[in-house]
Unconditional design. Structure first.
Length: 123
């Protein structure tokens, strides 16, 4: 991936809500939804949007949760323009918060000289 300009990296997303309570203790869809909500919040704070995501790295402890992950991902990202994605099945996670833990490398739109033809849009 080649680009010029700033990059935002968001990593270690787990499913606590705004008050710090873990969402969906045994509900993969609820956890995934909260992770994407947290990701969108972090991106907004950095001046970026979900459409600016160029790479996802996802860790699942149970591949039975893959359909739920994909369904929720497609609610937050355009299924016709999904970012590159690496998915890894792991035996466990250091943080016991839940089934999903995702690291996502992200890059905001080059608003200063970008727009529809910016490097992010073309990747």
């Amino acid at each position: 991936m080649a680009f010029a300009g700033p990059m935002v990296a968001v990593s270690g997303q787990i499913p606590p809500d705004a008050e710090g309570r873990i969402v969906g203790e045994s509900d993969a869809a609820a956890q995934t939804r909260q992770v994407f909500t947290n990701l969108a919040t972090a991106l907004r704070a950095a001046g970026a949007r979900m459409q600016d995501v160029v790479k996802l790295t996802v860790y699942l402890t149970d591949l039975a949760d893959l359909d739920a992950f994909r369904r929720i991902r497609d609610e937050h990202l355009d299924p016709a323009r999904l970012p590159a994605c690496s998915l890894v099945k792991v035996a466990g996670l250091v943080h016991p918060a839940g089934y999903h833990r995702a690291r996502r490398a992200l890059r905001p739109d080059q608003r200063a000289g970008g727009g529809a033809g910016s490097p992010v849009r073309e990747l």
